[in-house]
Ligand binder design. Structure first.
Ligand code: HEC
Ligand code: HEC
Length: 223
């Protein structure tokens, strides 16, 4: 009982702090708190519910984290298609990539105000199961109409790591079908040293002109 009250308070504290910055996040944290409260307060039929899932155990992660991860849908989309084109698709992204990003947001190695708050709403131990949860979902079907342009010469360089058709794999994440707005901004952030969680990507993007990055982003978003 005491533990659940403490948890409620810390959620409210976070919500108050973030309210000054991003109203959307405030709403999201309220949802988080609301989801957490009944689970804690209710006379649950599983009294010895483990607080975190075993790493790699997807079923357990879903059971424990399911409600908590619903909040991600607010921005990343209940059907896997984000509300805003500046928000990346995370359904069906490579699990290793998702784990790394969540850790990087958690530690601040990847700078994003919104995602730092979101990632730190999860415990270190919950990051792996959360990544598994989204990796297991299918990449959302693309809405028709995105005109695919002919491949820029540079695409061969990208495929060395991002794999055939930029579908991603162990070395690097899927890019194909991410939206233009997110891609072009991600590339700019690497190029201008704002996203610093991968030295190779920073070097590659620094070597491209803004026009080349724009062309790549347009091509990739049409895949
Ligand atoms: C308030 C909106 C919002 C919510 C809620 C949110 N995200 Fe995000 N997320 C973003 C934005 C915006 C970015 C892009 C950040 C950047 O590029 O710096 C992002 C990026 C990410 C990325 C990196 C994807 C990539 O392609 O690099 C992951 C992983 C992620 N979010 C997971 C989550 C998870 C898990 C949750 C729920 C715990 C969540 N997000 C909740 C807005 C949100
Ligand atoms: C040497 C391997 C390598 C090459 C070559 C490479 N990438 Fe990457 N790229 C990566 C890795 C690894 C990541 C994930 C970095 C991280 O941990 O955040 C990444 C991330 C990205 C992201 C961010 C994805 C996201 O969801 O946020 C974009 C965009 C991207 N690369 C575009 C490109 C493009 C365009 C090219 C070709 C011009 C390219 N990359 C070439 C390894 C590579």
């Amino acid at each position: 009982m005491v533990a659940s009250r403490d948890r409620g308070h810390s959620n409210n504290g976070s919500a108050n702090m973030i309210n000054n910055h991003v109203p959307t996040v405030f709403g999201v944290l309220v949802v988080l708190a609301a989801l957490a409260t009944p689970a804690n307060a209710a006379d649950t039929h599983i009294p010895e519910r483990p607080p975190v899932a075993t790493l790699g155990n997807v079923a357990e992660a879903e059971a424990i984290l399911g409600a908590k991860l619903l909040v991600c849908n607010t921005c990343h989309g209940a059907d896997g298609i984000p509300k805003s084109a500046a928000t990346p698709i995370i359904w069906g992204l490579q699990e290793t990539y998702l784990v790394k990003q969540l850790h990087d947001f958690h530690s601040g190695d990847r700078d994003s105000e919104v995602m730092t708050w979101m990632a730190t709403a999860l415990s270190q131990a919950e990051l792996g199961p959360a990544a598994a949860y989204f990796a297991k979902k299918s990449w959302p079907a693309r809405s028709a109409g995105a005109a695919s342009t002919s491949p820029p010469a540079l695409v061969g360089v990208c495929q060395a790591c991002h794999q055939q058709n930029l579908a991603g794999g162990l070395p690097a994440p899927r890019l194909a079908g991410q939206r233009y707005e997110y891609l072009v901004e991600a590339m700019r952030r690497y190029a201008e040293g704002e996203r610093t969680n991968n030295a190779e990507m920073m070097n590659i993007m620094k070597a491209l002109s803004p026009a080349e990055r724009d062309l790549m982003a347009r091509y990739i978003s049409g895949l």
